[in-house]
Design a protein around this ligand. Structure first.
Ligand SMILES: Cc1cc2nc3c(=O)[nH]c(=O)nc-3n(C[C@H](O)[C@H](O)[C@H](O)COP(=O)(O)OP(=O)(O)OC[C@H]3O[C@@H](n4cnc5c(N)ncnc54)[C@H](O)[C@@H]3O)c2cc1C
Length: 379
């Protein structure tokens, strides 16, 4: 397994469950995901159930029963009925700090599975049909290499030299977890202005993650990002100024959002499988990137458990995962264009009117479109 992110750790769990010996090679010296918070839809939670960690993740999460989409003045464009989602899918969306999700995935793996501070450079077929994984410092041989090395995947570049690779989405994101508990009226909210979004997800301990997404050229950075945001969002509705107030300046993360806009022709080359963002990095507008990585992990493990050869398992993995994840990625990009990125005042007004007039069930239906996925059994 190359990459100890959510995708790589989940795949390691799945492969171990179906009897494989696994080594996760992670280039970072310390295995701790630096993101802020993450929301998981039913499909991601079902995949975690199949991987044996669903209960632990649920226990550390906060169900997102109340929330929706708002205007900067605070008016509601659409509300989400988390209880209705729970009736349909068995769970509402849940929110959890990324570091906690990461910790729970790591805790379910024996420590000796994880090799940190090791960067993979390439993977090549050996004469015996296995795969040689070249590291910056040494090499490993394996029956299968899973490239879960994220949006900037080095292995993907080696396997698909003509693929254009990730592109800038046009949006930059600043985010953080508040330094203390905050009083919130809703578990989550998204507020759309012109070419700007501010959102929050409340956690079980009453802290919250917030994110501000802005149309921007890539590479713009601020000496004091929090001060810039306080000014930018000063006139937006509560609790936005309060969330920024409850945040330490050094807690703010700033990333430009890249995606794999040109879909890969296949997720497998020989005995190498791409998984998670390495295979289908998408914009975060549907909150589905990690959920799709978790689906990949459960599906790959199930295919390896039931197919007679590694080759046929990988063919099945590609057939099951590529169309679905690439269609979710397309939908996420579209959601970004119609949501956070929309900036022309007239277009924003038309969109907002359409959202206000939509039946209340439309929000639940929009989530069901991607979240209603059945996990394979790995037992
Ligand atoms: C702002 C934002 C918000 C998001 N919110 C959500 C959300 O709410 N819900 C959701 O489902 N998804 C969300 N996502 C998407 C989600 O974060 C990603 O899809 C997910 O983290 C991908 O996991 P991964 O393991 O594939 O990749 P990564 O998390 O990028 O992990 C890759 C790992 O590989 C390691 N690595 C890289 N190269 C090498 C190498 N050569 N050798 C060894 N190791 C290497 C890296 O250090 C890293 O640890 C969001 C994304 C963003 C940007």
């Amino acid at each position: 397994m190359v990459g100890g992110g959510i995708g790589g750790l989940a795949a390691a769990l799945g492969l171990r469950l179906v009897g494989w010996e696994v080594t996760v090679v992670e280039r970072a010296r310390v295995l701790a995901d630096v993101g802020a918070g993450i929301s998981l839809h039913a499909n991601g939670i079902r995949a975690l159930d199949a991987l044996g960690v669903g209960e632990a993740v649920r226990a550390a999460s906060r169900p997102q029963y109340t929330g929706g989409t708002r205007t900067p003045g605070g008016g509601w464009l659409a509300r989400m009925d988390g209880a209705a989602l729970e009736r349909e899918l068995g769970t509402p969306i849940v929110g959890i700090p990324r570091a906690e999700l990461h910790r729970l995935l790591r805790a379910a793996l024996p420590a000796e599975c994880l090799v940190v501070g090791a960067e993979a450079a390439s993977a090549d077929r050996t004469d015996s049909g296995r795969v040689r994984l070249a590291l910056e410092d040494g090499a490993l041989e394996a029956d299968l290499v899973v490239a879960a090395d994220g949006v900037g995947s080095r292995l993907r570049v080696r396997l698909f030299p003509d693929h254009p690779g990730p592109v800038y989405s046009g949006s930059t994101v600043l985010r953080a977890i508040t330094g203390r508990p905050v009083a919130l009226d809703t578990d989550f909210a998204l507020t759309w202005g012109q070419g700007a979004e501010f959102g929050h997800i409340a956690f079980a301990d009453n802290r919250a993650e917030w994110h501000a997404v802005l149309n921007s050229p890539p590479g713009v950075r601020h000496a004091d990002a929090l001060a810039v945001l306080r000014q930018r969002f000063a006139a937006w509705h509560d609790p936005i100024p309060g969330l920024l107030e409850a945040t330490r300046p050094d807690a703010v993360l700033h990333h430009d959002i890249h995606e794999l806009a040109t879909p890969l022709p296949t997720f497998t080359v020989g005995r190498i499988a791409l998984l998670g963002d390495a295979a289908h990095a998408m914009t975060p507008n549907l909150g589905q990137g990690a959920c799709q990585a978790l689906e990949d992990a459960a599906t790959l493990a199930a295919a390896l458990a039931t197919e007679l050869t590694v080759e046929s398992a990988l063919a099945r993995y590609d057939a099951e995962r590529r169309p679905r994840s690439q269609s979710v990625a397309r939908a996420a990009r579209q959601a970004g264009h119609m949501g956070q990125q929309l900036s022309h005042p007239l277009a924003v007004a038309v969109r907002n009117t359409a959202l206000r007039l939509a039946p209340s069930r439309a929000t639940v239906r929009a989530v069901l479109r991607h979240a209603d996925w059945t996990a394979p059994s790995l037992s």
